[in-house]
Design a protein around this ligand. Structure first.
Ligand SMILES: [Zn+2]
Ligand SMILES: [Zn+2]
Length: 376
């Protein structure tokens, strides 16, 4: 078992001066826990990545906070490294309950944030009818409405337009994200409504651009905009003690997933973000969002880069066997069957686009808008 997959410890430990680590259990893409770091200063605490949405995770967070001696009222900042549910899912409720500000990167955006296809003004004044309200940008809606949205309804019971479901969405490579069988949708809708009662969409009141300063734990940190794992990933760097909060950008033993949904060349941007943090002088401690603290950042960055070089080489071999081939089919050869799905396709697409943009692969569009690649 990799250290990122180990079950959450209920022990609170001080990983660096003024920095406590609380571990919350998660069952999410094969990981066993998320590290929630608590940074203490004279005004109270900043909590980083406070876990998944839902009652179970909230209860775990609150009991860990009690064990660590962190009263709700002393939390002044909730920091989110990136827009994955194990990082932002608990942040909105924690901020609401504590009155804390929410800090994230300038690019932070979740599925709940509106896009052009969702007219959020229609949600203004939505009547909760005594139900739990979920705040969305520009208005509020109910847990029931959001449960309808997630299973693909376009309008709620009152006829208001809902955001598009994350399931069955078109992808840039001409496929669709996983859809769910009807019975699973029904089950999800029921559980989701309950889960939504423990979820608030986090709205950053402070968005950090690259190198923006932030005072936490009594010292000056700098936001590092590090796209690749997501388009909005933020690391935090304290040069005075050589401490880096690395989020999911660099993990100790698991290679972070690369998102194909980032504009340009996602793999190149990821590697650029890796090289940049590896070039910093005086890195003494890296605190990842999953797994144990580590010190040898440059070595770990080299390993991750080697992994991707190996995957590119493997794609060349596979393409030689298959000839012109869709992203989905290539992903099925590149990944073990247990990993098949949108995430595997997204990363395969990122690798193929990287080769194409370097002039090492050709792309064509098959009928139905499905992209096919050939790596000659
Ligand atoms: Zn992540
Ligand atoms: Zn994560």
């Amino acid at each position: 078992m990799r250290q990122e997959q180990e079950p959450a410890s209920d022990e609170v430990i001080e990983v660096a001066p003024g920095i406590l680590r609380l571990q919350l259990p998660i069952e999410f893409t094969g990981l066993g826990h998320v590290n929630t770091y608590a940074l203490e200063d004279a005004d109270g605490f900043a909590l980083v990545d406070p876990g998944l949405p839902g009652k179970a995770s909230w209860d775990n967070l609150r009991s860990r906070m009690d064990a660590a001696g962190i009263p709700l009222a002393r939390v002044h900042t909730v920091l989110i490294t990136h827009s994955h549910p194990d990082h932002f899912g608990g942040a909105g409720l924690l901020a609401e309950e504590s009155g804390a500000r929410v800090v994230a990167s300038h690019r932070f955006r979740t599925w709940w944030d509106p896009d052009e296809s969702w007219d959020d003004t229609e949600l203004e004044g939505a009547d909760g009818g005594g139900e739990a309200r979920t705040h969305v940008p520009g208005g509020t809606t109910t847990a029931a409405s959001m449960a309808h949205a997630v299973v693909g309804h376009t309008h709620d019971a009152e006829g208001r337009k809902l955001p598009p479901s994350p399931f069955g969405r078109p992808t840039p490579w001409g496929g669709r994200t996983e859809d769910l069988p009807p019975e699973r949708k029904k089950e999800l809708a029921e559980n989701f409504e309950e889960a939504m009662r423990w979820f608030r969409v986090p709205h950053p009141s402070l968005r950090l651009a690259d190198l923006d300063p932030l005072r936490l734990a009594g010292r000056d940190w700098f936001g590092l905009y590090t796209p690749g794992h997501t388009a909005d990933h933020l690391c935090l760097w304290d040069p005075s003690t050589g401490t880096m909060l690395s989020g999911d950008h660099v993990l100790p033993t698991i290679t972070p997933h690369i998102s194909g949904m980032i504009e340009g060349d996602p793999l190149a941007r990821y590697v650029e973000s890796l090289d940049r943090i590896a070039s910093f002088d005086g890195v003494r401690l890296v605190l990842p969002a999953h797994g144990q603290p580590f010190t040898a950042l440059a070595e770990r960055v080299d390993e991750i880069k080697e992994h991707h070089e190996g995957r590119l080489a493997r794609l060349r071999e596979i393409s030689e066997e298959t000839g012109w081939c869709s992203v989905q089919d290539l992903s099925h050869r590149l990944f073990a069957e247990r990993s098949w799905g949108s995430m595997a396709e997204s990363e395969t697409y990122a690798h193929l686009e990287h080769l194409r943009l370097r002039g090492e692969a050709d792309r064509r569009e098959a009928p139905g808008g499905v992209l096919e690649y050939l790596v000659p």
